[in-house]
Write a protein that binds this ligand. Structure first.
Ligand SMILES: [Zn+2]
Ligand SMILES: [Zn+2]
Length: 263
């Protein structure tokens, strides 16, 4: 059974709590919310005017909280995690507002495997707000080039879209930053990360990514790599190394949500 079928199977089989004391199959609720403009994507009640979530559901989303300054792995204190201290990543920071936990995982699965663009848009809007807040509080300059984490062409073809590109387009429009989806390309099709153990995930071949036909844009650029969710970080580390090799000035990573490293 392929990934898409597995996800659909899970949606059909896994009931979702409606909040009204009974449950419905997830596929039913996901489909019904798509038909109700202005409805909260999670509970179906009236959404706020600027985002397809009601304020109760938005406030109940799992926030990142205290985390490593570099890789954003959740910590009990401020500072840098042991993993980053022992081996400093090539990227300077990971920025994300949310943890990859329920119901963020549900929204992401609807977006990525169910093709529900509204779910991707909601999560992108939350990331944009996070980036704007950070810009104000840290007075840090924004990157000047966004790069979506590329999929191998076979995976893009079978899924029909690259979720990172859709997120990047949203960010580019709202933050007024250029993006390129041809500056770098993926030439090795690594298996889906979430099916692998952590050790296997860390073994991304060093030549997985190579310069693409717009690689001249990378020279001297302050880049934000955009992806949906980060697990071990091995993909963005491999990409960051390739970008720096192509003379990018700096690389940071922007994500919709973060999975704790030990999960
Ligand atoms: Zn709601
Ligand atoms: Zn760290």
């Amino acid at each position: 059974m392929n990934t898409r079928k597995t996800a659909l199977h899970r949606m059909l089989k896994t009931p979702t709590d409606t909040g009204w004391g009974f449950s419905l199959p997830r596929i039913f609720t996901a489909a019904s919310y798509q038909l109700l403009p202005g409805a909260c994507l999670l509970c179906g009640l009236s959404a706020q005017h600027d985002i397809d979530l009601c304020s109760t559901c938005e406030q109940s989303l799992p926030q990142l909280g205290l985390h490593c300054d570099i890789c954003a792995n959740p910590l009990n204190t401020v500072g840098i995690c042991g993993r980053c201290l022992s081996q400093r990543p090539t990227f300077s920071t990971v920025q994300t507002p949310l943890l990859y936990q329920y119901p963020v995982d549900l929204l992401l699965q609807r977006f990525k495997f169910g093709g529900q663009l509204a779910a991707g848009k909601v999560l992108s809007q939350l990331l944009i707000q996070h980036i704007k807040d950070r810009m104000k509080s840290e007075k840090s300059p924004l990157p000047n080039l966004l790069i979506p984490v590329p999929l191998h062409w076979k995976k893009r073809f079978s899924r029909g879209f690259n979720q990172s590109e859709i997120i990047t387009r949203e960010l580019s429009g709202q933050l007024n930053i250029n993006y390129s989806r041809h500056a770098i390309k993926r030439v090795i099709n690594t298996p889906a990360q979430h099916h692998l153990s952590r050790k296997e995930r860390q073994q991304i071949p060093h030549n997985t990514f190579v310069a693409g036909r717009e690689s001249q844009l990378l020279q001297g650029a302050r880049i934000a790599l955009v992806d949906d969710v980060l697990t071990t970080g091995s993909t963005v580390e491999a990409l960051s190394r390739t970008l720096i090799k192509q003379r990018a000035k700096s690389v940071e990573v922007w994500l919709l949500a973060r999975t704790p490293l030990d999960n």
